[in-house]
Design a protein around this ligand. Structure first.
Ligand SMILES: C[S@@+](CC[C@H](N)C(=O)[O-])C[C@H]1O[C@@H](n2cnc3c(N)ncnc32)[C@H](O)[C@@H]1O
Length: 390
């Protein structure tokens, strides 16, 4: 991770507890380091890595891993991680394990992993929510990569979102970005309703999922509820049931509907040019073609309406070691220049993609810092007008 300048001016939109955020970064790095060790321990235990003192060609190591179709890129990315963290070392075209792998040999046993994970959570509380998903993914990694176990059974055991949603709970970084989204959506809706007080503002959220971003956004919009229609959408019907349970009872202005951002809105019952705001939080990278998804978001908007995109903008090993197990992580086409070994775009990549999809005045908001941004919120205006359109 890059060093952050926690003294820099915070975003004008929302406050950030900078000391807590600095602790979060340290704790998150510790969790990621644990992931590197687990990865080495599991691959060594599965006889994928060469034994100490022996060497093997990279292709031999990959052949021993035996990635099923769709997981070849993950296999390559895992070896890259081990090399980058000096758990594997390259000598010409051959690889050896370093002495550090001996230190992690004990982590092959479930009891040892549980004990280490418990200690990690205690010592690094700001990132404790990231640990259970990491352990679940790494302990079942080899089976998933070989196609012997569906990734969904690991990420969502028994259909439960608990492992993934633990990450979102009381997470200083995700909370900050969710509040940024909420402030931005609220500002645009309020501006629109000031200009057209008899109208209704229409907001559509793409890929609302378990509602991690929706909650803060709906809270912020509570003072505009009488003149609001909010569409909570997702491609997965299970998420709509979840959303209805969380938000349906108390908020009659929220509609729940299936919407796949990879297909045109009019084919799915949504009128083009009908929304003041489209919100997409941590979803567009998961689509086959970002360019197509952005065009569909643009088409939903009235001219002058805004698209709020909250996205990871650098590759993190934690994500490769967890969400990288989902086949969807690797299914994208290269319509836009993705960050290597990931489906993500960097900030410049998003700016260019938004411009090509017809957006103008692209603004970025992020935790203040130097170097590459881990997460960024983009606000882009649908071309063809200025200010909130009717
Ligand atoms: C990582 S989750 C993010 C959930 C939520 N937006 C948040 O930030 O808490 C990604 C969500 O995008 C949804 N998704 C994936 N592909 C989609 C598509 N093509 N159209 C609409 N939603 C999609 C998934 O079902 C999932 O709920």
């Amino acid at each position: 991770m890059t060093e952050l300048d926690v003294e820099a001016t915070p975003s004008p939109l929302v406050d950030l507890d900078r000391e807590r955020y600095a602790r979060f970064r340290i704790d998150f790095d510790a969790v990621t380091g644990f992931g590197h060790w687990l990865l080495a321990a599991r691959l060594a235990a599965a006889d994928v890595l060469p034994v100490r003192g022996a060497t093997a060609r990279r292709e031999e190591v990959l052949a021993r891993l035996g990635a099923a179709p769709g997981y070849e890129q993950l296999g390559e990315a895992l070896l890259d991680i081990l090399e980058r963290t000096d758990l594997l070392r390259r000598h010409g075209d051959r690889l050896t394990v370093t002495d550090r792998v001996a230190e992690v040999a004990g982590l092959a046993e479930d009891d040892a992993i549980d004990a280490a994970a418990t200690a990690l959570r205690r010592e690094h509380p700001e990132a404790a929510g990231y640990v259970p998903l990491l352990v679940a993914c790494q302990t079942q990694l080899v089976e998933v990569v070989r196609g012997e176990r569906p990734a969904n059974e690991v990420l969502f055991p028994g259909g439960s979102p608990d492992l993934v949603s633990a990450i979102y709970r009381d997470n200083v970084q995700l909370d900050f970005y969710n509040r940024l989204c909420a402030a931005q959506v609220h500002e645009h809706v309020a501006q629109f309703l000031r200009r057209y007080p008899r109208s209704y503002a229409q907001v559509l959220e793409v890929g609302a999922g378990t509602g991690g971003t929706t909650g803060p956004v709906l809270d912020a919009l509570a003072d505009r509820a009488e003149r609001l229609r909010y569409f909570y959408t997702d491609v997965g019907p299970a998420f709509l049931r979840l959303g209805r349970r969380s938000f349906g009872a108390t908020r009659p202005y929220v509609d729940f509907a299936r919407y796949n951002v990879e297909s045109a809105p009019e084919e799915q019952g949504f009128e083009p040019g009908s929304m003041q705001v489209v919100l997409a939080s941590n979803v567009l990278h998961a689509t086959l073609r970002i360019s197509t998804a952005l065009r569909h978001c643009h088409s939903l908007l009235k001219s002058g309406g805004i698209l709020v995109v909250n996205e990871m903008t650098s590759r993190l090993d934690y994500n490769t070691l967890t969400f990288g197990l989902a086949e969807g992580w690797w299914r994208h086409t290269d319509d836009e220049p993705r960050i290597e070994s990931s489906p993500l775009l960097d900030v410049a990549g998003w700016r260019a993609a938004l411009g090509r999809a017809g957006f103008v005045d692209v603004q970025t908001h992020a935790v203040p810092g130097r170097g590459e941004q881990v997460q960024t919120m983009f606000v882009a205006t649908a071309s063809g007008g200025t200010g909130p359109a009717r």
